[in-house]
Design a protein around this ligand. Structure first.
Ligand code: HEC
Ligand code: HEC
Length: 349
């Protein structure tokens, strides 16, 4: 290749990256407009994402009653004190984890490059966006996965070791203490035994068939690939330690011990949050699409976690826990993908 040809190639690549950059700007602008309209109460849909979709086979969830939705406390209400600073630093850690703790992290290099916020949307404050509303009021609590009483530090450590496929900062480190302070602050005002509307993830109905990775693959190509990539690898821009679009499988994604690796948890997460811009009352996926996408993404390769010490009481495994042994006679495949009705029936006996 001579210099001219090389320049042409470079020029062409630059053009492509410009286009990619521009489309990213366009998407961000569009989302900005959508969020503004949402805030001002106008109902909108993302045209480019929905109009290419095939007609749904199941109806979208009916609109929810206008009962008050949980809202996180206002960040602006935080005082200019050391406590306020700690909570702000914790929020920064949750929102931009990779910048501080990812492979190119400025504090430690202990996690896979994802941000907590990739899965706990708006730093864990979005209704049905896997938020932290219930943490302050329910921890420490007994969790059957570990068979022990867990505090918030232990729960955060779990997400570092599984969802971020790495290690957690030490319990007494500035970073861990700040994250715990922030997460507890998000749940301020939620009292024990109360589960406010919008907490955690939406519930969705089980299918009466197994979730299908074959159907999911086609939906992925249509509705997810544009951002998350043709190989689930997500998208980064050079020089930025954080993903623009986080990975869904492969070496840099969550491992098989993570919460999202459960098909039902993944389905409930995407139903109210994906494609980006979806909300619980303006979903962009049917329940079936959410289940089939969960089956597809969770059938692709990802890092492994030694979970041999999870679920010391195997009868407490969630029905869609994908690894045996089980207290019933159903296969790993049926536990992972469903159909779940017979498993549920068997448990009632
Ligand atoms: C790949 C997605 C993903 C990432 C990244 C992630 N989490 Fe999680 N997290 C989950 C899921 C899924 C759950 C469990 C939700 C459920 O089962 O209802 C969870 C649960 C939690 C809980 C318990 C919530 C509750 O109400 O009991 C805390 C606290 C938490 N995560 C903190 C973090 C922190 C801090 C980070 C970043 C260090 C993080 N997570 C990163 C997916 C993720
Ligand atoms: C317009 C771009 C876009 C589209 C289309 C899109 N996503 Fe996402 N997705 C994102 C972004 C951005 C995040 C991280 C959100 C954040 O950090 O605030 C994300 C996060 C996620 C996560 C949690 C983080 C992770 O990497 O595991 C999952 C799971 C996910 N998306 C699945 C899907 C699925 C399934 C579809 C198709 C139905 C989809 N997304 C379509 C942009 C998109």
């Amino acid at each position: 290749m001579n210099l001219n040809q090389e320049n042409e190639v470079v020029g062409f690549l630059l053009k492509i990256s410009n286009v990619v950059g521009l489309s990213a700007v366009a998407v961000i602008l569009m989302l900005g407009i959508v969020m503004f309209l949402e805030l001002t109460g106008t109902k909108v849909r993302l045209p480019t994402l929905t109009d290419t979709s095939t007609p749904s086979t199941t109806p979208a969830v009916p609109p929810q009653p206008a009962e008050a939705m949980w809202q996180a406390p206002n960040l602006a209400s935080l005082p200019a004190t050391p406590e306020g600073d700690q909570i702000r630093y914790g929020r920064e850690m949750v929102a931009h984890t990779a910048k501080y703790l990812g492979p190119e992290g400025s504090v430690l290099q202990i996690a896979n490059g994802m941000n907590c916020q990739n899965c706990h949307l708006d730093a864990g404050t979005k209704p049905f966006g896997n938020n932290y509303s219930l943490v302050a009021s329910t921890y420490p609590k007994f969790r059957a996965r570990s068979g022990t009483e867990e505090d918030v530090v232990k729960r955060v450590t779990d997400c570092f070791e599984r969802s971020l496929n790495g290690q957690a900062p030490k319990p007494d480190s500035k970073e861990m203490r700040a994250m715990v302070a922030y997460i507890n602050w998000v749940g301020t005002g939620v009292t024990t035994n109360e589960s406010p509307k919008g907490a955690g993830l939406v519930e969705i109905a089980f299918l009466d068939r197994a979730a299908s990775s074959v159907l999911g693959k086609a939906i992925y190509a249509q509705k997810c690939q544009v951002c998350h990539g043709d190989n689930g690898q997500g998208m980064k821009s050079s020089g930025n330690p954080e993903y623009i679009y986080p990975p869904l499988w492969g070496d840099d994604s969550y491992n098989d011990g993570a919460g999202l690796y459960r098909v039902s948890t993944f389905a409930r997460y995407v139903k109210a949050n994906m494609p980006l811009g979806a909300t619980h009352d303006s979903p962009l996926l049917t329940d079936e699409e959410a289940w089939d996408l969960a089956a597809y993404v969770n059938s692709m390769p990802r890092p492994k976690k030694d979970i041999s010490r999870d679920w010391p009481d195997i009868s407490k495994k969630p029905i869609d826990h994908p690894f045996g042994p089980y207290a019933d006679g159903f296969s790993e495949a049926q536990h992972k993908y469903g159909p779940y009705q017979l498993i549920i029936e068997a448990r009632k006996k």
